[in-house]
Ligand binder design. Sequence first.
Ligand code: CS2
Ligand code: MG
Length: 404
Amino acid sequence: MKITEIRVIVSSPGRNFVTVKVITDEGLYGIGDATVNGRELAVVSYLEEHVIPCLIGRDPMQIEDIWQYLYRGCYWRRGPITMAAISGIDIALWDIKAKAANMPLYQLLGGASRSKIMCYAHAQGRSIDEVVEAVMAKKEDGYVAIRAQSGVPGFEGIYGIGSSKGEKNSRARIKNLPKEEVWSTEKYLPHIPKVFEKLRDVVGWDTHLLHDAHHRLTSIEAARLGKDLEPYRLFWLEDPVPAENPENYRLIRKHTTTPIALGEIFNTIWDARQLMEEQLIDYIRTTSVHAGGVTGLRRIFDFASVYGIRTACHGPSDVSPVAMGANLHIDLWVPNFGIQEFSGYREATHEVFPHAWSRDGGYLHPGEAIGHGVDIDEDLAAKYPYKRGYLPVNRLQDGTLWHW
Ligand code: CS2
Ligand code: MG
């Protein structure tokens, strides 16, 4: 079998997605996701100018060699753009291999280790009452695990969500540039335990509750928050501190038993190595589209299993239904599975990406279609052209640029 053509399809059915289609001389094709939210066209150019010409005529069955060729072979290794490009190709190649083997991808990986995949939904509100209402709505929809995010009193919007409501006349809105938000850790820290106190009162103890600090704290602040949240037994506290210095997590670990999840922006096993070796985290959040596809993710998750760290693939709406499909096949197989994030998609996104995966209450399943079971309707995708879009930028009250 030979690769004859690779298409990069950019569409915006609700938000931007970069999709890779690898076509072979035997009529089989595979679909991959290469989306990096807010930097989409950098990956398109990387693929079209630098990756695709090297792959035409190659055997698509040589997934590992192609991965190494694109990783080691380019000299400039790692980084989100390189790794998303590798991920897009890799996911498509695993799709082709599973189709050629006439089996769903999870079978090729080693078969199912469970019958269903626990996922968590997103719930948020500006006030505590709104958060409670949103969490209850997800619970009624069948979810058994829910991430709760709350607005901080005195501040507009809900942090870490990325909506541009209320920004109608701003320069950002008019020029389609990043929205700017304002942040105060001092106001956030005492507020969040109150949110979870109320949530436990109303929601009870049989629902897993999660919270995402979105890299906004220092280690000592995160240690304080983890301690203050202990009475409410969170499933996890996510991304408390940026992880450029993994040793920052030692201090958090010394002070709190609240479980820690990390890694949605990691793109290789080396980003997570020290955190896993020192057991500074409980859940690893890498995802197929950003961490080197099925090949990269499998390697990270196997390494995590050595240390009893469980998996928790990143899965918001900017991780496309294609990467979600790949994640779900890995989730069904991986022995050290923890949970899968699932924030859902708009109707237009479902239509552009027909998929075999499905949700039943609080659980997902990849389906039994051969390959990873997700396709792209290219004619429909063409009706949703790319629109420049950014994640927001965050500043402290005095104007200092802060982590979003
Ligand atoms: C978030 C993401 O899902 C999460 O946990 O942190 O929504 C994140 O902000 C986006 O994926 C960024 O593109
Ligand atoms: Mg997150």
